[in-house]
Write a protein that binds this ligand. Structure first.
Ligand code: PLP
Length: 375
């Protein structure tokens, strides 16, 4: 009788997600070197560092010299504080939810103020405390999403006393189409420059990952890359300058012999064309493997592609392994879903989405291993 060893969960996990912290650090270093000194390159680690684990990624980047970390929500910022030294700066993009100012202050989190109401609430809080606490002010130069719109910006320019009591850490804006060659980038840059010329002097920040590659005019005092740190191509029209950071291998649960007239999976969407073999793999849409990949794309077995056939189900996918050499795939074997043969951007393109979504959806059931990093 055989018993399962509890000593190494990786040996029986349905899927293994390997996260390379050295690659994340190398990507940050590449971006830092493009813009200049370390203090000028932040790291966007919202959504759990785009799915890679902020509690591991952020300390590794701090050890490499990064001092500014950006998240979307105050809860994320508070969690990040617990894993970073006190001299790390944590910025939270989502404004100042009503009644939250004391929470920001208590945890040393710098809010990004998105409208005049945010500015009013933060300055009132600072005056009450008698402390000119820092905040970032977001100017909307064309996204029409967050930030001071044109009317609010004019109002702030005419009445700079609205800022009295606080310290402007940064003026910030965000490009709508940084990854594309479009006149909108120069338009937004022009609007930002005009605003800076009319506002009280303070450092400025515009660039996300792709904007770093638009040239020094877009760099200002601090760049805020996210996706490029995690290996997504920030220059989609050219080769990817970033290192891949994740590898996803999933286990074969069963291999079936099939023949003409049989179908595979829910909805019987795949009809078998002749004698062959189908392998069932332990990953599904509940793990963030998109259902739109039903009948699309490949997994790789020992570097050989095997097409996905039939629907992706909650916990399983099915692949046609007929063309693989005899014995190449057996229950327990691992197949590559994301890795050197299938970069994140390829998986995303086949799924009709973007690398950001593939990464931030990476499953909670995966057996996660972080490798590298000094922290
Ligand atoms: C305001 C802001 N800055 C920077 C980033 C990072 O962008 P990217 O992941 O494209 O580098 C984001 C991401 O959504 C953002 O919202």
């Amino acid at each position: 009788m055989t018993t399962m060893s509890a000593s190494d969960p990786a040996s029986f996990a349905g899927a293994l997600l390997t996260i390379d912290l050295d690659a994340v650090v190398a990507n940050w270093t590449l971006l830092r070197d493009r813009v200049g000194g370390p203090a000028r390159c932040a790291a966007v680690v919202k959504a759990d560092a785009y799915g890679l684990g902020a509690s591991r990624v952020a300390p590794a980047l701090f050890a490499a010299g990064c001092r500014t970390f950006v998240v979307a929500q105050v809860e994320e910022a508070i969690a990040l504080r617990a894993v970073l030294p006190a001299d790390a700066e944590v910025l939270s993009l989502g404004g100042l939810p009503p009644g939250s100012a004391a929470e920001f202050a208590a945890h040393g989190v710098t809010p990004v103020l998105n409208h005049l109401g945010d500015i009013e609430a933060w300055t009132a809080f600072c005056r009450e405390r008698g402390e000119a606490r820092p905040a970032v002010v977001h100017i909307d130069t064309g996204m029409n999403r967050l930030g001071l719109g044109p009317d609010e910006l004019d109002c702030l320019i005419e009445q700079p006393e609205r800022l009295t009591g606080m310290s402007v850490r940064l003026w910030m804006t965000h490009l709508a189409c940084a990854e594309a060659d479009t006149p909108m980038n120069a338009q937004q840059l022009g609007r930002f420059r005009m605003a800076l010329a009319r506002l009280p002097a303070a450092p400025a920040s515009l660039a996300n990952s792709s904007s770093v590659f638009l040239g020094p005019a877009y760099h200002f005092d601090l760049v805020r890359p996210g996706c490029a740190l995690y290996g997504v191509n920030p220059t989609p029209a050219a080769a990817n300058p970033m290192r891949p950071t994740v590898r996803l291998d999933a286990r074969v649960l069963q291999v079936r012999s099939v023949d003409t007239a049989m179908t595979v999976g829910y909805g019987a969407t795949h009809r078998v064309a002749g004698k062959g073999k189908v392998a069932t793999i332990a990953v599904g849409y509940a793990d963030g493997y998109p259902r739109t990949l039903s009948g699309r794309g490949h997994v790789f077995v020992g570097g050989i592609p095997a097409p996905v056939v039939g629907r992706i189900s909650m916990d399983l996918i099915t692949v046609d392994v007929t063309a693989l050499p005899e014995g190449a795939v057996a229950p327990g074997a691992l197949v590559e879903l994301i890795g050197p043969n299938r970069p994140v951007d390829t998986v995303a393109e086949e799924a009709g989405t973007i690398g950001y979504e593939i990464l931030t959806s990476l499953g909670r059931r995966y057996h996660r291993v972080h490798v590298g990093g000094t922290a």
